[in-house]
Design a protein around this ligand. Structure first.
Ligand SMILES: Nc1nc2c(c(=O)[nH]1)N[C@H]1C(S)=C(S)[C@@H](COP(=O)(O)O)O[C@H]1N2
Ligand SMILES: [Mo]
Length: 257
């Protein structure tokens, strides 16, 4: 049996709480609710001695492990709840790391969606070509980590359908998105292939207004708001994790709901 040598004067519960602060909600909440005991931490890591610094490193590691586990667990068919027309939040809120009047204004005439990486066909797509893809629609809840949520109506093409058309290697691990103003995002392939993951061209059956990401956003109702990139101008199918705007600043990579 392993003897756990706690550092004298270190309060195990406070230590776990502190370490938990490094995680983003909602993962942090479930961590503190569930596995939140020093015993669990020690068990997961095999460490006998855990102090503040060690716990921090361990928590980062666990966060990475949870990302992997969550990605593996989220089935390709588990659907986010869909809502009714009358549930739609009007007006739908705008959010970005800048104000609405600073949102990028993309010219539809010169817009091309650049496609790169592990795909058969790297031909850039015009807006007309994208709009010709078969249309799907969803009324779902958008949840922002900043503490608000809103219900929206989005129309566009399934990302999985687009990936099929460009001959993407769906054994690749990630899809990376680049936005007009420099925002970026990486998602895992199971999420990319999820039936509700949408290349969105319309909000409420009308061309996506500038505020909500004209001419194209990626809508993922299984993911927190910051994983849903707006003003998408390029995507890469890749086995390298290129991170993302908020993820690089410590937000949970998986960002699942
Ligand atoms: N290009 C880009 N996409 C982005 C963001 C951004 O700042 N730039 N912010 C994200 C965040 S945090 C949220 S909550 C949603 C907001 O989308 P909305 O303006 O349609 O509500 O966009 C996400 N996608
Ligand atoms: Mo957000």
């Amino acid at each position: 049996m392993r003897i756990r040598k706690l550092i004298p004067g270190v309060d195990a519960n406070l230590l776990i709480k502190d370490a938990g602060k490094l995680m983003q909600d909602p993962m942090r909440r479930s961590f503190l609710r569930g596995a939140a005991s020093l015993g669990a931490l020690a068990f997961l890591t095999g460490c006998d001695i855990i102090d503040g610094d060690a716990a921090e490193g361990v928590l980062r590691k666990i966060s990475e492990l949870i990302d992997g586990a969550q990605a593996a667990l989220v089935s390709r068919t588990k659907l986010a709840p869909t809502l009714k027309e009358s549930d739609i939040t009007r007006p739908f809120p705008f959010n970005a790391y800048y104000t609405e009047d600073e949102a990028p204004a993309v010219d539809p005439a010169t817009y091309r969606l650049e496609v790169s990486g592990l795909v058969d066909n790297k031909k850039p797509w015009t807006l007309d070509e994208l709009h010709a893809l078969p249309e799907v629609s969803q009324i779902t809840r958008h949840v922002c980590v900043e503490g608000w949520s809103a219900i929206g109506s989005w129309q566009g093409a399934q990302l999985s359908e687009f990936l099929k058309r460009i001959g993407a290697d769906t054994r690749a691990k990630y899809i990376w998105f680049k936005c007009a103003e420099g925002y970026t995002n990486t998602i895992d392939m199971p999420t990319a292939l999820h039936p509700q993951t949408q290349m969105t061209f319309k909000f409420d059956n009308k061309i996506l207004p500038r505020a909500y990401g004209f001419p194209m956003k990626i809508r993922m109702p299984t993911k927190l708001g910051y994983k849903n990139p707006k003003y998408v101008v390029a995507m890469e199918v890749t086995n390298t994790d290129h991170g993302g705007y908020w993820e690089n600043q410590g937000y949970n990579w998986f960002g699942g709901l």
